[in-house]
Design a protein around this ligand. Sequence first.
Ligand code: SAH
Length: 222
Amino acid sequence: MPQGVGMDSSAVRKRMVQKLAEQGVRDPQVLAAMGAIERHRFVDSALANQAYEDTSLPIGLGQTISKPGVVSRMAELLRNGCTGRLGRVLEIGTGCGYQAAVLSMLADEVYSIERLRGLHDKARENLRLLRLPNLHLLFGDGMLGFAKGAPYAAIIAAAGGEAVPQAWVDQLAVGGRLVAPVATGGSLGAEQALVVIDKTAQGIRQTILEAVHFVPLKSGVA
Ligand code: SAH
């Protein structure tokens, strides 16, 4: 157990979940998943004592693990009040693999794609011991989505671009929902908001929610 987390991290996690509930997260399945996945295992041991604070933390290569508040908010939006599990989910931006692990508890299958080889490998390492058979890690450019797994009941992006790539909308199932940070036209794309896209038989419905701050969505692999 990394120093600073203590012998029993479940107590710290329980407090984190309580705070998330106080912040307005209601979905019991999301709260259960946040309580189950050990976030301290996904960050550098020097940062483990901060793992249950509502803060983003560096994970290397200039990227960050999202705040628990944001992960749970987006998961709740994605589930949209559904009572069972989600079907197939696509995550763009695996990073350290934390959110992917949370999603794996909420969905039948999760495909998570990362464009940086170093983080893709790190996520694989972080997730090895968890043995989540329904989580599939992919290395590639998530701007293209992952057509082989489509259609998806839900798509979630952990990096924000100028617009939602058309491929994501195309790969969303009818009745499916996409949640992503998107630039809102601030100078140099500095401002982002959470966007929800619902795909219905009648077409696309887009809702713009609160301001957020995510790392940039980039094309290609590195
Ligand atoms: N969900 C992650 C958050 C990682 S930060 C976690 O829990 O740790 C967002 C990640 O998106 C970064 O690792 C970044 O490299 C990745 N990313 C950015 N553009 C991408 C793209 N086009 N395809 C795949 N991943 C991308």
